[in-house]
Design a protein around this ligand. Sequence first.
Ligand SMILES: *Cc1c(COP(=O)(O)O)cnc(C)c1O
Length: 423
Amino acid sequence: MFDRNGNDNSTYNRDNIAEIAKVSETVAGFIQKEYDRQKNNVELIASENYCSEAVLAACGSCLSWKYAEGYPGKPVTRHSGNKGRYYGGTHYVDELEEYCCDKWREVFHTDYHVNVQPHSGSQANFSAYAAVLEPGDTILTMNLDNGGHLTHGSAVNFSGKYYDVHFYDVDDNGFINMEDVEKKAKELQPKLILAGASAYSRIIDFARFAEIAKSVDAYFMVDMAHIAGLVAAGVHPSPFGYADIITTTTHKTLRGPRGGMIFCREELAKKFDSAVFPFAQGGPLEHIIAGKAVCAEEALRPEFKAYGEQVVKNCAAFADEFLKLGYHIVTGGTDNHVFLIDLSEEPFSGKDLQVACDEAGITLNKNCVPNEKRSPFQTSGVRVGTAPMTTRGFVEEDFREVAHRIDDVVKKLRAEKEAEKDA
Ligand SMILES: *Cc1c(COP(=O)(O)O)cnc(C)c1O
């Protein structure tokens, strides 16, 4: 994959592009341009990463066309319930899928049931809700503006439409307000309480959440999509043992293929398996499941622990440099791989900075901040993460330098806005 200077020490992508060009120069051309962009840019999108050639090769393997609706086990008969497959020839993908599940239990030191079939994080959440909730049931979550995900009850998502969604607040500094979680849980008696986020830079108190959920007899679900790699590396507290249900993606800090997974307490296994198939999905993507299995093996290696440690160290240095430069960071710092720069007081928006950084070869994304005043299309923040560039070998000093490059972009934007005002 790409190193820190944008060199690719593998021919994997180039070979693939050459193969595609034999059929379509046009498609190969699009991929070539994206490949060059990725190689040459500083990638700060907190939800992205680079996976290994081994993961890519598994995802591009002959498993791609194998149908295997159902779950590992004997072919389905009238009496086998939801165990088993609806197709023949599944012997080897059965072994693969079971191996994949075992490896993930090993990664997270858990005996929870695992389902590796969800096609994405959103699909995993869809199935998780469907397993334990009826439409109209009450859920308590964190909203998008404060760092939650679309699938955590946003009005434009199925979750906001099908469930009675209530949000707990963050305090004035952007930290999850646990008193508010407790108060709302007591008031609303939700069926499910959800913790986990897409843009939250602090450790979440899983023990406290679990205690509150227990006190109101609610399911406690953790969506660890962003932090799963840090949990696997042992640099973030684990939700296992606390949560009844844990969903994740495999392509963020875990560095695997694009996909989702669900873990749940053993007694919920049947409900969860049927909520994935046949309720939400048809045939599983066995090639992606192979990629997930390779990803799990990578996550079990000592190098992955070192990687997770470096991601967190890099993020702390990156945030520290912004603070030194006088920026405001939501919650004042970070415990994980991500943080939000608050631009509420700036004459330009998060979108303006995203566009200007793009031009400067730095990829990041606009993001809402708590108490957002601008529209979601403009926003008053940008989100940055250290997972992808750490994969490429960046260390603390590199991130401090990137902070200065972004500061230069900001200075230009401020000057442009001043000039517009004077004009
Ligand atoms: C990224 C993310 C998801 C969804 O993942 P997709 O694979 O994009 O559907 C779900 N929950 C959280 C918290 C996320 O950050």
